[in-house]
Design a protein around this ligand. Structure first.
Ligand code: SF4
Length: 367
Protein backbone atom coordinates (compact mmCIF):
# COMPACT_ATOMS: atom_id res chain seq x y z
CA UNK A 1 0.00 0.00 0.00
CA UNK A 2 1.66 3.22 -1.16
CA UNK A 3 1.61 6.26 1.08
CA UNK A 4 0.14 8.25 -1.88
CA UNK A 5 -2.88 5.97 -1.91
CA UNK A 6 -3.34 6.28 1.86
CA UNK A 7 -3.13 10.08 1.53
CA UNK A 8 -5.72 10.03 -1.30
CA UNK A 9 -8.03 8.10 1.02
CA UNK A 10 -7.52 10.67 3.76
CA UNK A 11 -5.57 8.20 5.89
CA UNK A 12 -2.08 9.63 5.40
CA UNK A 13 -1.70 11.23 8.82
CA UNK A 14 -3.29 8.26 10.56
CA UNK A 15 -0.85 5.94 8.78
CA UNK A 16 2.10 8.10 9.82
CA UNK A 17 0.98 8.03 13.45
CA UNK A 18 0.30 4.28 13.45
CA UNK A 19 3.64 3.41 11.84
CA UNK A 20 5.47 5.68 14.29
CA UNK A 21 3.80 3.91 17.21
CA UNK A 22 1.74 6.96 18.19
CA UNK A 23 -1.69 6.53 19.71
CA UNK A 24 -4.72 6.91 17.43
CA UNK A 25 -7.74 8.92 18.58
CA UNK A 26 -11.39 7.91 18.44
CA UNK A 27 -11.78 10.23 15.45
CA UNK A 28 -8.98 8.32 13.73
CA UNK A 29 -10.83 5.11 14.48
CA UNK A 30 -14.05 6.52 13.01
CA UNK A 31 -12.22 7.47 9.81
CA UNK A 32 -10.68 4.01 9.54
CA UNK A 33 -14.09 2.36 9.92
CA UNK A 34 -15.56 4.79 7.37
CA UNK A 35 -12.84 4.18 4.77
CA UNK A 36 -14.43 2.75 1.61
CA UNK A 37 -11.38 0.56 0.93
CA UNK A 38 -11.05 -2.15 3.59
CA UNK A 39 -7.91 -3.42 1.86
CA UNK A 40 -6.15 -0.12 2.61
CA UNK A 41 -7.05 -0.31 6.31
CA UNK A 42 -5.99 -3.97 6.32
CA UNK A 43 -2.65 -3.21 4.68
CA UNK A 44 -1.91 -0.56 7.30
CA UNK A 45 -2.82 -2.94 10.14
CA UNK A 46 -0.68 -5.65 8.54
CA UNK A 47 2.28 -3.27 8.39
CA UNK A 48 1.87 -2.50 12.10
CA UNK A 49 1.48 -6.20 12.88
CA UNK A 50 4.64 -7.01 10.89
CA UNK A 51 6.50 -4.29 12.78
CA UNK A 52 5.62 -6.06 16.04
CA UNK A 53 5.78 -9.72 15.10
CA UNK A 54 7.48 -10.02 11.70
CA UNK A 55 6.05 -12.99 9.87
CA UNK A 56 5.33 -14.93 13.09
CA UNK A 57 1.89 -16.41 13.66
CA UNK A 58 1.42 -17.89 17.11
CA UNK A 59 -0.53 -21.03 17.85
CA UNK A 60 -0.94 -23.28 20.89
CA UNK A 61 -1.59 -26.94 21.55
CA UNK A 62 -4.55 -26.44 23.84
CA UNK A 63 -7.68 -28.11 25.15
CA UNK A 64 -11.01 -26.49 26.01
CA UNK A 65 -13.03 -27.82 28.93
CA UNK A 66 -16.64 -26.59 29.18
CA UNK A 67 -17.69 -27.88 32.61
CA UNK A 68 -21.39 -26.93 32.28
CA UNK A 69 -23.78 -24.93 30.13
CA UNK A 70 -26.30 -24.45 32.94
CA UNK A 71 -26.44 -20.72 33.59
CA UNK A 72 -28.44 -18.33 35.74
CA UNK A 73 -28.07 -15.60 33.10
CA UNK A 74 -29.97 -15.35 29.84
CA UNK A 75 -27.74 -13.42 27.49
CA UNK A 76 -29.85 -12.87 24.39
CA UNK A 77 -27.06 -13.81 21.96
CA UNK A 78 -26.16 -17.06 23.74
CA UNK A 79 -27.06 -20.41 22.19
CA UNK A 80 -24.95 -22.32 24.72
CA UNK A 81 -26.84 -21.80 28.00
CA UNK A 82 -29.57 -24.05 29.36
CA UNK A 83 -31.69 -24.23 32.48
CA UNK A 84 -30.97 -27.15 34.77
CA UNK A 85 -32.86 -30.21 33.52
CA UNK A 86 -33.60 -28.66 30.11
CA UNK A 87 -32.85 -30.74 27.03
CA UNK A 88 -29.22 -30.24 26.03
CA UNK A 89 -28.12 -29.16 29.52
CA UNK A 90 -24.89 -30.73 30.78
CA UNK A 91 -22.74 -30.53 33.90
CA UNK A 92 -19.60 -32.66 34.09
CA UNK A 93 -18.19 -33.87 37.38
CA UNK A 94 -14.50 -33.65 38.25
CA UNK A 95 -13.71 -37.20 37.16
CA UNK A 96 -15.30 -36.70 33.74
CA UNK A 97 -13.40 -33.45 33.20
CA UNK A 98 -10.09 -35.00 34.23
CA UNK A 99 -10.75 -38.01 32.00
CA UNK A 100 -11.07 -35.66 29.00
CA UNK A 101 -7.61 -34.28 29.77
CA UNK A 102 -5.85 -37.53 30.47
CA UNK A 103 -7.35 -39.08 27.33
CA UNK A 104 -5.39 -36.61 25.23
CA UNK A 105 -2.41 -38.09 23.42
CA UNK A 106 -0.72 -34.69 23.12
CA UNK A 107 2.35 -34.78 25.33
CA UNK A 108 2.97 -31.07 24.88
CA UNK A 109 -0.43 -29.70 25.89
CA UNK A 110 0.46 -26.19 27.03
CA UNK A 111 -2.85 -24.38 27.58
CA UNK A 112 -6.05 -25.54 29.25
CA UNK A 113 -9.04 -23.22 28.76
CA UNK A 114 -11.87 -23.80 31.23
CA UNK A 115 -15.13 -21.85 30.95
CA UNK A 116 -18.82 -22.60 31.39
CA UNK A 117 -22.13 -21.10 32.41
CA UNK A 118 -22.78 -19.29 35.70
CA UNK A 119 -24.03 -22.45 37.38
CA UNK A 120 -26.63 -21.90 40.11
CA UNK A 121 -25.09 -24.25 42.67
CA UNK A 122 -21.52 -25.36 41.79
CA UNK A 123 -19.51 -23.84 44.65
CA UNK A 124 -16.10 -22.18 44.52
CA UNK A 125 -14.62 -25.27 46.22
CA UNK A 126 -15.56 -27.33 43.12
CA UNK A 127 -13.43 -25.08 40.93
CA UNK A 128 -10.56 -24.97 43.43
CA UNK A 129 -10.53 -28.77 43.45
CA UNK A 130 -10.76 -28.87 39.64
CA UNK A 131 -7.74 -26.58 39.26
CA UNK A 132 -5.70 -28.51 41.83
CA UNK A 133 -6.43 -31.83 40.11
CA UNK A 134 -5.77 -30.41 36.63
CA UNK A 135 -2.48 -28.99 37.90
CA UNK A 136 -1.54 -32.47 39.16
CA UNK A 137 -2.17 -34.20 35.83
CA UNK A 138 -0.83 -31.40 33.60
CA UNK A 139 1.75 -29.57 35.74
CA UNK A 140 3.28 -27.57 32.90
CA UNK A 141 0.16 -26.29 31.17
CA UNK A 142 -1.00 -22.69 31.57
CA UNK A 143 -4.46 -22.74 33.21
CA UNK A 144 -6.52 -20.03 31.52
CA UNK A 145 -9.89 -20.28 33.15
CA UNK A 146 -13.17 -18.45 33.84
CA UNK A 147 -14.55 -15.23 32.47
CA UNK A 148 -15.14 -12.17 34.63
CA UNK A 149 -18.85 -13.06 34.46
CA UNK A 150 -18.13 -16.40 36.16
CA UNK A 151 -15.92 -14.71 38.76
CA UNK A 152 -18.65 -12.16 39.57
CA UNK A 153 -21.18 -14.98 39.81
CA UNK A 154 -18.99 -17.03 42.19
CA UNK A 155 -18.45 -13.94 44.36
CA UNK A 156 -22.25 -13.47 44.61
CA UNK A 157 -22.86 -17.16 45.29
CA UNK A 158 -20.22 -17.30 48.06
CA UNK A 159 -20.93 -13.85 49.52
CA UNK A 160 -17.29 -12.78 49.14
CA UNK A 161 -15.48 -10.26 46.94
CA UNK A 162 -14.35 -10.98 43.39
CA UNK A 163 -10.77 -10.33 44.56
CA UNK A 164 -11.12 -13.09 47.15
CA UNK A 165 -12.48 -15.50 44.55
CA UNK A 166 -9.50 -14.70 42.33
CA UNK A 167 -6.99 -15.18 45.18
CA UNK A 168 -8.42 -18.56 46.08
CA UNK A 169 -8.43 -19.70 42.45
CA UNK A 170 -4.87 -18.45 42.05
CA UNK A 171 -3.80 -20.43 45.11
CA UNK A 172 -5.40 -23.50 43.49
CA UNK A 173 -3.41 -23.08 40.25
CA UNK A 174 -5.08 -20.42 38.09
CA UNK A 175 -2.61 -18.59 35.80
CA UNK A 176 -4.87 -16.46 33.60
CA UNK A 177 -8.45 -15.29 33.25
CA UNK A 178 -10.21 -15.97 29.95
CA UNK A 179 -11.30 -12.88 28.02
CA UNK A 180 -15.00 -13.62 27.53
CA UNK A 181 -17.97 -11.76 28.94
CA UNK A 182 -16.84 -8.31 27.80
CA UNK A 183 -19.31 -8.25 24.87
CA UNK A 184 -19.84 -4.49 24.36
CA UNK A 185 -19.40 -2.27 27.40
CA UNK A 186 -21.93 0.45 26.41
CA UNK A 187 -24.71 0.13 29.04
CA UNK A 188 -27.57 0.65 26.56
CA UNK A 189 -26.33 -2.19 24.30
CA UNK A 190 -25.53 -4.38 27.30
CA UNK A 191 -29.08 -3.84 28.55
CA UNK A 192 -30.39 -5.23 25.26
CA UNK A 193 -28.05 -8.19 24.78
CA UNK A 194 -27.04 -9.35 28.27
CA UNK A 195 -28.97 -7.49 30.99
CA UNK A 196 -28.21 -9.98 33.79
CA UNK A 197 -24.49 -10.17 33.12
CA UNK A 198 -21.75 -8.33 35.03
CA UNK A 199 -21.61 -4.65 33.95
CA UNK A 200 -18.82 -3.40 31.71
CA UNK A 201 -17.41 -1.41 34.62
CA UNK A 202 -17.34 -4.50 36.85
CA UNK A 203 -15.83 -6.62 34.04
CA UNK A 204 -12.94 -4.15 33.85
CA UNK A 205 -12.62 -4.01 37.66
CA UNK A 206 -12.38 -7.81 37.90
CA UNK A 207 -9.60 -7.88 35.29
CA UNK A 208 -7.86 -5.05 37.15
CA UNK A 209 -8.06 -7.11 40.37
CA UNK A 210 -6.65 -10.15 38.53
CA UNK A 211 -3.77 -8.09 37.15
CA UNK A 212 -3.13 -6.73 40.65
CA UNK A 213 -2.70 -10.32 41.87
CA UNK A 214 -0.17 -11.05 39.14
CA UNK A 215 -2.62 -12.98 36.94
CA UNK A 216 -2.64 -12.26 33.21
CA UNK A 217 -5.85 -12.16 31.19
CA UNK A 218 -7.24 -11.88 27.68
CA UNK A 219 -9.93 -9.47 26.52
CA UNK A 220 -12.67 -9.67 23.89
CA UNK A 221 -15.31 -7.71 22.00
CA UNK A 222 -18.52 -9.25 20.63
CA UNK A 223 -19.44 -7.25 17.53
CA UNK A 224 -21.83 -7.35 14.61
CA UNK A 225 -25.17 -7.34 16.49
CA UNK A 226 -27.00 -4.19 17.67
CA UNK A 227 -23.96 -2.07 18.53
CA UNK A 228 -22.73 0.95 16.56
CA UNK A 229 -19.23 1.76 15.33
CA UNK A 230 -19.07 4.35 18.15
CA UNK A 231 -19.84 1.57 20.67
CA UNK A 232 -17.01 -0.56 19.25
CA UNK A 233 -14.54 2.31 19.48
CA UNK A 234 -15.64 3.19 23.01
CA UNK A 235 -15.12 -0.48 23.95
CA UNK A 236 -11.62 -0.54 22.44
CA UNK A 237 -10.76 2.70 24.25
CA UNK A 238 -11.93 1.24 27.57
CA UNK A 239 -9.67 -1.80 27.06
CA UNK A 240 -6.76 0.43 26.07
CA UNK A 241 -7.28 2.63 29.14
CA UNK A 242 -7.43 -0.43 31.42
CA UNK A 243 -4.22 -1.74 29.90
CA UNK A 244 -2.52 1.61 30.56
CA UNK A 245 -3.50 1.31 34.22
CA UNK A 246 -2.82 -2.38 34.97
CA UNK A 247 -1.00 -3.86 31.98
CA UNK A 248 -2.16 -7.47 32.32
CA UNK A 249 -3.95 -8.07 29.01
CA UNK A 250 -2.03 -10.49 26.82
CA UNK A 251 -4.26 -10.80 23.80
CA UNK A 252 -7.35 -9.15 22.30
CA UNK A 253 -9.91 -11.45 20.66
CA UNK A 254 -12.61 -9.93 18.41
CA UNK A 255 -15.63 -12.26 18.40
CA UNK A 256 -18.17 -11.98 15.56
CA UNK A 257 -21.78 -12.40 16.67
CA UNK A 258 -23.18 -15.82 15.65
CA UNK A 259 -26.82 -15.57 14.64
CA UNK A 260 -28.04 -19.15 15.05
CA UNK A 261 -30.31 -20.46 17.83
CA UNK A 262 -30.49 -17.45 20.10
CA UNK A 263 -33.14 -14.99 21.27
CA UNK A 264 -31.68 -11.79 19.83
CA UNK A 265 -33.49 -12.51 16.60
CA UNK A 266 -31.02 -11.02 14.13
CA UNK A 267 -30.86 -12.75 10.76
CA UNK A 268 -27.09 -12.78 10.45
CA UNK A 269 -23.83 -11.73 12.02
CA UNK A 270 -21.23 -9.34 10.60
CA UNK A 271 -20.07 -9.68 6.99
CA UNK A 272 -16.60 -10.98 6.22
CA UNK A 273 -15.50 -7.49 5.22
CA UNK A 274 -16.84 -5.99 8.45
CA UNK A 275 -14.95 -8.66 10.38
CA UNK A 276 -11.69 -7.94 8.56
CA UNK A 277 -12.08 -4.19 9.01
CA UNK A 278 -12.89 -4.62 12.72
CA UNK A 279 -9.77 -6.75 13.19
CA UNK A 280 -7.64 -4.19 11.35
CA UNK A 281 -9.02 -1.18 13.24
CA UNK A 282 -8.62 -3.06 16.55
CA UNK A 283 -4.95 -3.74 15.74
CA UNK A 284 -4.42 -0.06 15.01
CA UNK A 285 -6.28 1.26 18.07
CA UNK A 286 -4.94 -1.20 20.67
CA UNK A 287 -1.33 -0.01 20.61
CA UNK A 288 -0.65 -1.38 24.11
CA UNK A 289 -2.01 -4.93 23.73
CA UNK A 290 0.65 -7.07 22.11
CA UNK A 291 -1.36 -9.87 20.51
CA UNK A 292 -4.55 -10.04 18.45
CA UNK A 293 -6.19 -13.40 17.86
CA UNK A 294 -7.96 -14.62 14.74
CA UNK A 295 -10.09 -17.17 16.60
CA UNK A 296 -10.77 -19.71 13.88
CA UNK A 297 -13.63 -21.34 15.78
CA UNK A 298 -15.76 -18.18 15.48
CA UNK A 299 -14.35 -16.70 12.25
CA UNK A 300 -14.22 -19.92 10.26
CA UNK A 301 -10.87 -21.20 9.10
CA UNK A 302 -10.61 -19.39 5.78
CA UNK A 303 -11.55 -15.96 7.15
CA UNK A 304 -9.16 -16.51 10.08
CA UNK A 305 -6.35 -17.14 7.58
CA UNK A 306 -7.16 -13.90 5.72
CA UNK A 307 -7.27 -12.07 9.08
CA UNK A 308 -3.59 -12.94 9.55
CA UNK A 309 -3.00 -10.35 6.79
CA UNK A 310 -5.33 -7.79 8.43
CA UNK A 311 -3.54 -7.33 11.76
CA UNK A 312 -3.96 -10.64 13.59
CA UNK A 313 -0.87 -12.55 14.76
CA UNK A 314 -2.41 -15.53 16.57
CA UNK A 315 -4.57 -18.41 15.37
CA UNK A 316 -5.42 -19.93 18.79
CA UNK A 317 -4.95 -23.69 18.80
CA UNK A 318 -6.01 -27.29 18.63
CA UNK A 319 -9.04 -26.63 20.92
CA UNK A 320 -10.17 -30.33 20.65
CA UNK A 321 -13.72 -29.83 21.91
CA UNK A 322 -15.75 -26.64 21.78
CA UNK A 323 -19.43 -26.08 22.55
CA UNK A 324 -20.01 -22.33 22.84
CA UNK A 325 -19.39 -21.27 19.24
CA UNK A 326 -20.60 -24.53 17.73
CA UNK A 327 -23.99 -24.37 19.47
CA UNK A 328 -24.34 -20.84 18.07
CA UNK A 329 -23.69 -22.05 14.54
CA UNK A 330 -19.96 -21.30 14.10
CA UNK A 331 -19.00 -22.91 10.81
CA UNK A 332 -15.61 -24.26 11.86
CA UNK A 333 -14.45 -27.81 12.43
CA UNK A 334 -14.09 -28.81 16.06
CA UNK A 335 -10.40 -29.50 16.08
CA UNK A 336 -7.07 -29.34 14.28
CA UNK A 337 -3.85 -31.18 14.92
CA UNK A 338 -0.61 -29.33 15.53
CA UNK A 339 0.57 -30.32 12.03
CA UNK A 340 -2.63 -29.00 10.42
CA UNK A 341 -2.33 -25.65 12.19
CA UNK A 342 1.30 -25.34 11.16
CA UNK A 343 0.48 -26.08 7.57
CA UNK A 344 -2.45 -23.60 7.54
CA UNK A 345 -0.07 -20.84 8.68
CA UNK A 346 2.66 -21.74 6.20
CA UNK A 347 -0.03 -21.78 3.50
CA UNK A 348 -0.63 -18.08 4.27
CA UNK A 349 3.04 -17.29 3.61
CA UNK A 350 3.71 -16.77 7.34
CA UNK A 351 5.83 -18.51 9.98
CA UNK A 352 4.25 -20.71 12.66
CA UNK A 353 5.54 -20.18 16.21
CA UNK A 354 4.24 -22.54 18.84
CA UNK A 355 3.51 -20.79 22.14
CA UNK A 356 2.17 -21.64 25.57
CA UNK A 357 -0.95 -20.10 27.07
CA UNK A 358 0.99 -17.02 28.14
CA UNK A 359 2.35 -16.52 24.58
CA UNK A 360 5.87 -17.65 25.47
CA UNK A 361 7.39 -19.23 22.34
CA UNK A 362 8.07 -22.93 22.88
CA UNK A 363 10.09 -24.01 19.90
CA UNK A 364 12.73 -21.55 18.80
CA UNK A 365 12.46 -17.82 18.78
CA UNK A 366 9.81 -15.75 17.07
CA UNK A 367 11.33 -14.35 13.87
S1 SF4 B 1 -23.00 -15.89 27.56
FE1 SF4 B 1 -22.26 -16.88 29.44
S2 SF4 B 1 -23.28 -15.76 31.11
FE2 SF4 B 1 -24.43 -15.31 29.24
S3 SF4 B 1 -26.08 -16.84 29.18
FE3 SF4 B 1 -24.37 -17.66 27.96
S4 SF4 B 1 -23.23 -18.93 29.40
FE4 SF4 B 1 -24.55 -17.58 30.63
Amino acid sequence: MSSDRLHRLGLGLIAEKALAGERLSTTDGERLFACPEPLAVGALAHAVRRGRHGSAVYFVVNRHLNYSNVCVNRCRFCAFRRDEGEEGAFTHDLEALLAKLTAMPEARLSEIHVVGGCHPSLPLSFFEELLRRVREVRPKAVLKCFTAAEIAHLARLEGISAAEVLSRLKAAGLDMLAGGGAEIFAPEVRGRICPEKVTGEDWLAIHAAAHGLGLRSNCTMLYGHVESVADRLEHLEALRGQQDRTGGFTCFIPLPYQAKANRLGLAHGPSGLDTLKTIAVSRLMLDNIVHLKAYWVMLGVKLAQVALHFGADDLDGTVVEEHIGRMAGAASDTTFSRAELTSMIIGCGLTPVERDGAFRPLSGEAP
